[in-house]
Design a protein. Structure first.
Length: 324
């Protein structure tokens, strides 16, 4: 499942990232959040071109059936988002995208490069959505925000210059949210989702998996994964909820067709593969692709040539999902 060596380009990026260790405390986390977006704006100052981008807000979750089922009684606000439009004439299918970051980090800015390329490769409008982050807002806050964003996107066809066709996508923690929203939509007779694209999702992770034993410490350490998990789940009851980790779902047969991408040197690899196998076992049309020489997060690395290949492949799946 992994190559003999990490791709040299990915290895260089991973080594550079390791110089800034991921924070395992609230003070350092807040500091890193404050620094990340300005640094990302510098990195993204010459971005891949798309037809247009727009900043917008979506109404947050309401006190509806989904919110009550999730049991979250916190105060809800609007959700910030960025809309990426293709260069072609509207209307376009819409892909609702959720960023990664272990549920504690990440933003629209950190995933700008990926979303731009995904827009170009798919021909779809990509709606990149912010959601509340842990540990300040543990599960189910991010799930409530993600599902609300999908519902709002389904209702905002004209605003998004959309065809009414919808997909969900995300990487790492965002891949988990994309999978969960697809599951919720299927179980609650929610918006019709044509495809779910799960990029090295944080699903079904087990410390005894081979990928965890062999590759923890490459981009993500065991300590990183454990801290993210503790910040987000807070309890074993939450951890076992299928809306927290859809590997716990008893039946996936009604969810949208899926693309699942993993990386060979990613400690999360085997969990993503297990979820792809579960989808197939439940009769869901699924394309699974592992990139043997890649690391966690490689599709957000502009310096890695293979990232563009992977985005083009996922973009092709999304385009095909909306084909005539």
């Amino acid at each position: 499942m992994s190559a003999e060596q990490i791709d040299p380009q990915a290895e260089r990026v991973a080594a550079r990232q390791s110089r800034v260790p991921l924070p395992h405390g609230r003070y350092r986390l807040k500091l890193l959040r404050r620094l990340t977006d300005p640094l990302m704006r510098i990195r993204n100052r010459d971005p891949p071109s798309v037809g247009a981008t727009e900043s917008l807000t979506l109404p947050g979750p309401e006190d509806d059936e989904a919110r009550r089922a999730l049991g979250d009684r916190a105060t809800f606000g609007d959700l910030d988002a960025r809309l990426y439009l293709p260069a072609a004439e509207p209307p376009y299918p819409t892909v609702v995208f959720f960023h990664g970051g272990g549920f504690v980090l990440g933003s629209v800015e950190t995933h700008d490069w990926l979303c731009r390329h995904l827009t170009r490769e798919s021909g779809c409008a990509v709606l990149s959505v912010e959601y509340r982050l842990a540990p300040e807002h543990p599960f189910p806050a991010a799930v409530a925000d993600a599902y609300a964003a999908v519902e709002r996107a389904a209702d905002a066809t004209e605003r998004l210059r959309g065809t009414g066709d919808l997909a969900v996508a995300g990487d790492s923690a965002g891949g988990t949210l994309a999978a969960v929203t697809a599951l919720m939509a299927a179980e609650r007779d929610g918006p019709d989702i044509a495809r779910q694209a799960l990029l090295y999702p944080g699903i079904g992770v087990d410390p005894d998996q081979e990928s965890m034993r062999e590759h923890a410490g490459t981009v993500l350490s065991r300590a990183d994964i454990e801290w993210f998990s503790a910040a987000y789940y807070r309890s074993d009851i939450h951890r076992r909820n299928p809306y927290a980790d859809p590997i716990n779902a008893g039946d996936l047969s009604g969810v949208a067709p899926a693309t699942v991408v993993t990386a060979g040197f990613d400690p999360l690899r085997d969990g993503g593969r297990a979820y792809a196998e579960q989808l197939v076992a439940d009769g869901v049309a699924t394309r699974y692709e592992n990139y043997p020489a890649m690391v966690h997060g490689f599709m957000t690395m502009p310096e890695v040539d293979r990232a563009r290949d992977a985005i083009a492949s996922v973009g092709g799946d999304l385009a095909d999902a909306f084909g005539d």
